[in-house]
Every structure is written in C-alpha cells, then in structure tokens.
Design a protein around this ligand. Sequence first.
Ligand SMILES: CC(C)(COP(=O)(O)OP(=O)(O)OC[C@H]1O[C@@H](n2cnc3c(N)ncnc32)[C@H](O)[C@@H]1OP(=O)(O)O)[C@@H](O)C(=O)NCCC(=O)NCCS
Length: 191
Amino acid sequence: MVTIREEARRDIAARDVLLDMAHGASRFAKTSERLREGRMPVDGLSLVAVDDGKIVGTVRLWHVTAGPGRAALLLGPLAVDPAHRNRGIGTALVRRAIARARLAGHRAMVLVGDATYYGRFGFAAARTGELWMPGRYDRDRLLALELRPDALAGSRGLIAATGAFAPKPDLNVLIAANNRHARQPRVQRAA
Ligand SMILES: CC(C)(COP(=O)(O)OP(=O)(O)OC[C@H]1O[C@@H](n2cnc3c(N)ncnc32)[C@H](O)[C@@H]1OP(=O)(O)O)[C@@H](O)C(=O)NCCC(=O)NCCS
C-alpha cells in the first residue's frame, strides 16, 4: 500500500535518484530551480510517497512572493517513479500538499507545469498574467491556485524566493569526503 508522509533525512538520496529519473540532469537548469537553490523548503511540506518501504514519489514546496509583499508557495518538483505511474500517487501527493498548505494558513500556490495535469487540482493561468518567473519559461505553463479567495487578485511582479537560506556545506566535511573517495582503489570507485 502506498502511504504519503513527510520526507526524512534518510530519504534524500532516494528522492534525488527519483528526480534524476523523472526530470534528468536538465532539472537544475529549470527557471523554477532559481527559486529553490540555496533555500530550505517549507517546513512540513516536503512529502514522499512510500510503497513497501521504497520512495516512489516526491513533492516539495518553497516560500516565494508572487509580486511584492504577496506571500505564496512554489510547488515542485513533483515526480513519481516511472514504474509506479498512473496509480494516483502524483494526485495523492499534490492533494496532500494542498490540504496541508491550506491548514497551515498559506494563501496561494504557483508552479510551472502542464495545465492538463495540474488543472484537476484547480491550478490555472488566470491569475498569473502579470506575474513573471526569474528566467525563461512557457508563459502558459505558469499556473496558480488560490487557497484563500482572491489571494492573487491584482498580483503583479516578479516571483521571488523568500525561504530561509540552506546551511552551507562544511568545507572540512567536503574535503574529508573527497579524500576518502580519492583513497579508494580504482576498481571499487568505478563500481
Ligand atoms: C506527472 C507525474 C507526477 C504524474 O504522476 P502519476 O502518479 O502518474 O499521476 P496520477 O496517477 O495521479 O495521474 C495520472 C493521470 O495524469 C495524467 N498525466 C500524467 N502526466 C501528465 C502530463 N504531463 N500532462 C497531462 N496529464 C498527465 C495521466 O495521463 C493520467 O491521466 P488519467 O487520470 O486521465 O488517466 C508523473 O508522470 C511524473 O513524474 N512525470 C515526470 C515528471 C513531471 O513531468 N513532473 C511534473 C508534471 S508537469
């Protein structure tokens, strides 16, 4: 049975494998990534789908402003293991994220994605005509969902990251890890 729960530290490696599978290396080039890099996701809104102990789906949300002074959340990336698609896992992840965000008092969500998929949750381009992402994107893929009535009415301006900064990696830890890797025999390293 598939369960949805908050992501834990031990899930990070599996989540990254999943994202590589679903979005490829180009995921780091996406404009949405400019709003995520170096930031912490929203507390309690990094979710994973677990099937028989295996991470098969992931979604995270991020603090942004949708134009000056208008707090919102950015949804993404969303990914489901190709072997587990069309079982409702993506839907369950997005629905849970929306429910939790609403409960926590958040007012609106934005994302860049397929309207044909996200339309079922109420996301639409109706309120994003005067909003801009900080880079290239397809304008008709910039979608929003209001969690409070008219939360995005009249919103205009750049979507900007506002989440807490992620702690920088400790240089000594990176050097030690790199040295450990360099000391491994070549055959073992290639495996
Ligand atoms: C998009 C994704 C998360 C959907 O996950 P999932 O668990 O298979 O989704 P669900 O089972 O909840 O929903 C399946 C439905 O969504 C539809 N769907 C899947 N991807 C879609 C897309 N990009 N556009 C429109 N519809 C899509 C399926 O055709 C299916 O339709 P149906 O309900 O009419 O049969 C998954 O396909 C994925 O990881 N894709 C690669 C990454 C990605 O594109 N992520 C962001 C989406 S823009």
